[in-house]
Write a protein that binds this ligand. Structure first.
Ligand code: 9MJ
Length: 691
């Protein structure tokens, strides 16, 4: 290949790969299969290795990281990088608005706050400034002290959604884009899971994980971290040579390119291929601020990235300039933060609770503290592994977090504050409730009480579960009442509930006649249920609502479920080896059989109509699934096939009708070919399901 042809081919591949990157990482709309992308990337790398002089700064091959640095150099920002002032309440927001109005009034500009406001989520990551010259990414820097930051160009270059070349031809010669680098929640969870597996500590939150990833001297490590970026502003903008025609025919462009609305500017940089946070919105005026704040607060848990509030910016750039900035923050913008989710408190003691399945869970008793407006005094410590991971001791100062509706979590220990009387947490060797032996099953992190239903704690939890809303839904029977009934010796099993009389109940402490009547009435109504709810109510380990419903639909009656073999159970959607074994173990225990038989005489449910053959077009067809099914996932595919009457088996034989082979199919595919079994791709299976 001539040098000229190589150059043309490299340019062509770079353009294609940049285009695919933008579609995949910015627009979230993949356009070519990974295999095609990888093929082009390999071709590019081979050409660049053979012709290193043709390697460009904006080549997509540069996204994998380069040579490790010894230290980060310093970058002086051409325009200071501002941070934001905060408000924490509606009152503080109103005070901010008043200050804004006073200042504008004094300038004789505006009498009412009737101008547009750009509303943005406040991303919880790291502020960075990206510099493009002639459309090519040439530098990235942290905020630092606002004037001087660190040069993190090589690390930022590896962030998939940041273009190394701007799209189109209409952009200023020098363009600095400012925004936040963050780690999406899913990547953070995956990274921490991996770290824990390797016996490492993991990061306390996505922000620290993003910071840690950007601070790597070896950009190859950063490249593996899956960081994201959203642009939220513009820094320095200018022309390299003043408005002269250049060799490439492109007119030199300076700051006159910029729109006079902040929101429009964000749209301009989005059009150049940079990612913009999809939740950003232009509000007509300040009356819509509170609604935006509430809306984002509602969405917070569901967003794929971590935020700690909202940001409101005066949209009109002329007004922004009029307002100016103080110290390091603009007067025309403020963060309106969510209530703090993290606080410091003391771990006063640890109790051990016994759950429905005997799992012994350490519960942290904390010095009560208000976190985001809710008093927190307990947090789960999960198990010994978690205690080891945190390195936590009694009397330690800990950081606790309450995110959305999830139960409070201990994030980390402040080791510098460990007092002299700190005490190692030791696990009980006997069940704290029934004194039975405790055991740790192989491969499990949890310790379990072996007392089964002899353990008062497990008995209580089993009955609470049995009566809960998604199970038999016994009206008038709350958790407290179950505890009281068990403590007073009135009931030992779920079946005993139905032997209670109004008299038994009404003579209990703190129980009136009316509550007793309600309970008896509730129990009477609960006797009529569905097979699915009854199976769920038994509280078999890992048999949740969906699995119970699948079991009922598959076996149609309870006797069939009770006597099913492991192989039959594994035919059911959602049921793998472990769940099948749990079901068999449950019905093998004498005390369970006794209670279940009693219940069968008390509880009733309507028969389930078997589906007609018309509804089961795949009846008697046996399928085996293998490899990675990237569109549906194994469980979903299994459920969809079974819903149409197919049998889904784990092993392939001459009797198998179809093998569905996903990516990376191995020995099963070879076996199918030797046995002459028809092989379907995932797409072909989907087409079959749809037909
Ligand atoms: C964050 N952190 O999401 C700004 N920010 O604007 C947004 N930060 C900012 N804007 C000017 N959305 C200085 C900082």
């Amino acid at each position: 290949m001539s040098e000229q042809t190589v150059t043309t081919r490299i340019t062509e591949i770079c353009q294609l790969l940049n285009h695919y990157n933008h579609q995949y990482y910015v627009l979230d709309e993949p356009s070519v299969p990974d295999i095609e992308y990888d093929r082009l990337m390999r071709e590019l790398m081979a050409l660049e290795t053979a012709h290193p002089e043709l390697k460009t700064l904006d080549s997509p091959s540069q996204k994998v990281g380069g040579v490790a640095l010894k230290s980060f150099s310093q970058v002086t920002h051409q325009l200071p990088m501002l941070s934001l002032d905060n408000v924490f309440s509606a009152d503080e927001w109103q005070a901010f608005v008043k200050r804004l109005l006073d200042r504008l009034n004094r300038g004789g500009i505006k009498s009412r706050l009737d101008f547009a406001i750009c509303a943005e989520p406040k991303l919880d990551g790291l502020a960075v400034s990206l510099r493009y010259e002639n459309g090519v990414f040439i530098q990235a820097a942290t905020r630092g002290d606002g004037t001087v930051g660190e040069n993190i160009t090589e690390n930022v270059r590896t962030i998939k959604s940041i273009p190394l070349r701007l799209q189109g031809t209409s952009f200023p010669d020098i363009l600095e884009v400012r925004g936040e680098v963050f780690m999406p929640k899913a990547s953070f969870d995956a990274l921490n899971k991996q770290a824990i597996k390797k016996g490492e500590k993991g990061f306390a939150n996505p922000r620290n994980a993003a910071a840690g990833s950007l601070r790597q001297l070896d950009s190859k490590i950063t490249a593996k971290r899956n960081l994201g970026f959203y642009a939220y502003g513009i820094g320095f903008v200018g022309a390299l040579e003043n408005l002269v025609e250049r060799d490439d025919g492109r007119k030199s462009i300076d700051e006159s390119w910029l729109a006079n609305s902040h929101y429009q500017r964000l749209c301009q940089i989005k059009a150049l291929g940079l990612p913009m946070c999809p939740e950003v919105k232009l509000l007509e005026n300040a009356t819509q601020v509170e609604a935006f704040y509430q809306d984002i607060l509602q969405q917070r848990a569901a967003l794929s990235y971590e935020i700690d509030g909202t940001v409101f910016k005066v949209d009109d750039i002329a007004l922004q300039q009029q307002l100016g900035f103080v110290a390091r923050a603009p007067r025309w913008a403020t963060a309106y933060k969510f209530p703090a989710q993290e606080e410091l408190t003391i771990l006063e003691s640890v109790d051990f609770q016994v759950g429905r399945t005997g799992a012994i869970t350490p519960v942290a008793r904390l010095k009560p503290i208000s976190v985001g407006g809710v008093t927190v005094s307990n947090a789960t410590l999960h198990n010994q592994d978690e205690i080891d991971r945190l390195g936590i001791q009694i009397n330690d100062t800990v950081i606790i977090r309450r995110a959305g509706d999830v139960i409070p979590q201990i994030v980390s220990v402040v080791l510098e504050r460990r007092p002299e009387n700190a005490q190692v947490i030791s696990f009980p060797t006997l069940c704290p409730v029934c004194q039975s032996a405790v055991l740790k099953a192989e491969g499990e992190a949890v310790l379990r009480c072996t007392g089964g239903l002899y353990c008062q704690a497990q008995r209580k939890e089993a009955i609470k579960h049995f009566a809960s809303r998604k199970a038999l839904d016994v009206d008038g029977l709350g958790d407290k009442l179950v505890e009281q009934l068990v403590d007073e010796g009135l009931i030992k099993t779920p079946a005993d509930l139905f032997k209670l009389t109004t008299l038994d109940v009404s003579t209990m402490q703190r129980m009136g006649q009316k509550s007793a009547d309600n309970l008896i009435k509730g129990l009477k109504i609960a006797k009529n249920t569905t097979l699915a709810k009854f199976v769920y109510a038994l509280g078999i380990r890992e048999v949740g609502e969906t699995t119970a419903a699948n079991l009922a639909q598959y076996f149609l009656n309870f006797s069939a479920i009770k006597s099913a073999t492991q192989a039959q159970l594994q035919q059911v959607a959602d049921v793998g080896v472990i769940v099948a074994k749990n079901i068999i173990n449950f019905f093998a225990q004498a005390h369970n059989v006794e209670v279940v038989e009693e219940l069968e005489n008390i509880i009733s449910w309507p028969d389930i109509e078997p589906k007609s053959d018309d509804e089961l077009p795949l009846k008697d067809q046996t399928f085996v699934l293998t490899g990675t099914l990237s569109k549906m996932g194994r469980n979903e595919a299994k459920a969809a096939l079974q819903a149409l009457g197919a049998k889904v088996s784990g092993s392939i034989s001459a009797k198998t009708h179809y093998l569905v082979a996903g990516e990376k199919s191995g020995s099963k595919l070879v076996k199918a070919q030797t046995l002459g079994v028809s092989v379907l791709t995932e797409d072909e299976m989907i087409a079959l399901l749809n037909s």
